[in-house]
Design a protein around this ligand. Structure first.
Ligand code: F6R
Length: 574
């Protein structure tokens, strides 16, 4: 949520280059964008970052920029970042939430500061200005800001005529990239992974002063911290084929990235997989923690691990504190594509305090969740740009199938990537179904056992990408209430991998529903029979068909598929 990008360079750079790097963070929010330099340029606008910004070259060697996902204050130009102090000489961009901003704003207003926006961020600029007015140095101003503020932040600041970028971090992600001739500093490595593979990650309550010749990191008391750069590996899939949306491209990458993961689990990540299985065997209690699609993956993981005789439960991260009992004997298995989801990070903090062990399954290397874990395995889905999780979801589930297999679940999962590839033969049928369902007000998806998490995953995609109200439900629960909503023609998709679901489909058919089946065997209903060889393969195949269906419905409806309204890919607020 919100992406920040800054640069300190030996040579002048094109402002459009800064905007291009910022654009790589647009999946973190796209309500408004802005840029400021140490050379008196400040520009901010509502809407998406333009492909061609027309900002000219400028003379700056230092710049900061921001792409916003609104939290405090509406989507307006005044609320767009950067925010400045009263003099207009200092600019800040921020990802996170300053929880005590109203208190700070009151104090600063009493001292004569004038606020122009409704944001929490603006207090940072005025607070620093106030400290500089008291003859404090920028370092001291940052230290005091960190002591006086509550909440989360990754902040960048620049001042006119000053060649430094100032940065501070608590809980929101911040990473420094080492460039030829300077440094980039950003919310995550995507922003600069086309320019460097060397980076320095910040820890909480640290601040830094960065210019083109070096960087210095300090703790909140101003004590210098030594931190070495690390080399990271990050796969950006090249486009061998033209796709009109990233979502479509990313779904079509599924077989390749699934194969890449399986190979890695047999080679480079073999030891980690065995270690994770060892941790699972030893733990007194195992709890998955995740949100959104990653939670649906964890539900499937629960199913597969139960098949291997392992008792495990899963909990949505934001409810972790109140709905789990955690002690030293507990293993927490966090699942997160970004590794930066604040709800997951908060749950891990609680678990750590209670003495639990932590392992994780992530996509983005060196992410906060990975760094909080004793052991972490990467799903190797590569960069996922569409806000909706597709290939990353499939690879999370693939990894959980492999983990369950390591623990005794018998499935021939090596063939899954090829089986998934063959399912693209159904693409025309999916398009036809999408045309039929495009005007639906509600769609119900029902499953039982293994298909239940798949039904929830498909429903989530129909809501977020196709803007259709959808419910993914346990087939057995229908008759306990929801069946009252079934009318003549209501679409109900049944995921058929067991006989009991057929009775639930008959129940809704008897009440006029338009029943569509996605199955691994012949059924009496219209729909698609997927040629898959195992239950694990059906779970993945039906999910992939569901992802395609939501994509084509959204396309029929002319929606902004890769950037659906109100959403962001990396949810770094509670
Ligand atoms: C759905 C989707 C979200 C994410 C959720 C978790 O398509 O993308 O529901 O799955 O925000 O994000 P991560 O996995 O990064 O923790």
């Amino acid at each position: 949520m919100c992406g920040i990008f800054g640069i300190a360079n030996k040579n002048k750079f094109l402002l459009s280059d800064v905007i291009n790097s910022l654009k790589r963070l647009e999946y973190r929010g796209y309500d408004s964008w802005g840029i400021a330099t140490n050379d008196d340029i400040m520009e901010k606008k509502v809407g998406e970052i333009p492909v061609n910004s027309n900002l000219g070259d400028g003379n700056a060697k230092v710049a900061i920029s921001h792409t916003r996902w609104a939290t405090h204050g509406g989507v307006t130009q005044a609320n767009a970042h950067p925010h400045s102090d009263c003099t207009g000489n200092l600019f800040v961009v921020h990802n996170g939430i300053i929880e005590n901003y109203l208190e700070m704003k009151d104090l600063l207003t009493q001292k004569g500061h004038k606020f122009l926006s409704e944001t929490d961020t603006e207090v940072i600029a005025h607070f620093i200005e106030e400290k500089l007015n008291e003859s404090k140095s920028p370092d001291e101003a940052l230290q005091e800001f960190m002591k006086n503020s509550r909440g989360t932040f990754a902040v960048l600041a620049v001042r006119k005529g000053d060649n430094n970028v100032y940065a501070a971090k608590r809980d929101s992600p911040l990473v420094l990239g080492i460039l030829d001739g300077g440094y980039a500093i950003a919310s995550d490595i995507y922003a600069f992974s086309d320019k460097t593979n060397r980076a320095v990650w910040f820890e909480n309550d640290e601040y830094a002063v960065i210019n083109s010749s070096g960087f210095r990191i300090f703790d909140s008391d101003g004590k210098h911290v030594n931190r070495d750069a690390r080399t990271f590996e990050w796969k950006e899939e090249t486009q061998g084929h033209y796709y009109d949306h990233y979502m479509n491209k990313e779904i079509h990458e599924v077989p390749d990235v699934a194969k890449r993961l399986l190979v890695s689990l047999q080679r480079e990540q073999k030891m980690q997989l065995e270690q994770l299985a060892g941790m699972v065997r030893k733990a007194g209690k195992i709890i998955f923690v995740a949100v959104g699609s990653s939670y649906h993956a964890s539900l499937l993981g629960t199913f597969f691990l139960h098949k291997a005789g392992i008792d495990v439960q899963t909990i949505i991260a934001s409810e972790f504190r109140d709905y789990t009992f955690v002690d030293e004997d507990t293993l927490i298995l966090a699942i997160s594509q970004s590794g930066e989801t604040m709800d997951v990070i908060e749950a891990l903090k609680t678990a750590k305090q209670r003495g639990a062990r932590i392992a994780s399954i992530v996509n983005v290397p060196y992410s906060t969740v990975q760094r909080m874990s004793e052991l972490s395995i990467q799903i190797l889905a590569g960069q996922e740009i569409c806000v909706a999780a597709t290939k990353s979801f499939i690879n999370q589930v693939m990894l959980l199938i492999a983990l369950a297999a390591e623990l005794g679940y018998r499935q021939d999962y090596d063939k899954i990537p090829e089986e998934l590839q063959r399912l693209f033969d159904f693409e025309d049928e999916v398009k036809k179904l999408a045309r039929k369902l495009a005007d639906s007000k509600d769609i119900y998806i029902i499953g039982r056992g293994m298909s239940y998490p798949v039904s929830r995953e498909i429903a989530l995609k129909l809501k977020e990408i196709s803007y259709v109200h959808a419910e993914g439900m346990m087939g057995g629960e229908l008759k306990h209430g929801t069946i009252a909503l079934i009318e003549e023609g209501t679409p109900v998709i049944g995921l058929v991998d067991n006989e009991e679901i057929i009775s639930n489909m008959k129940e809704v058919e008897a009440r006029g529903a338009e029943v569509i089946s996605i199955s691994d065997c012949p059924t009496e209903f219209g729909g698609m029979q997927l040629p898959v060889g195992s239950e694990a393969s059906f779970a993945l195949g039906a999910s992939m068909i569901g992802h395609l269906l939501s994509y084509y419905i959204a396309k029929e409806r002319g929606l902004p598929i890769d950037k659906p309204r109100n959403l962001a890919k990396s949810v770094t607020v509670k």
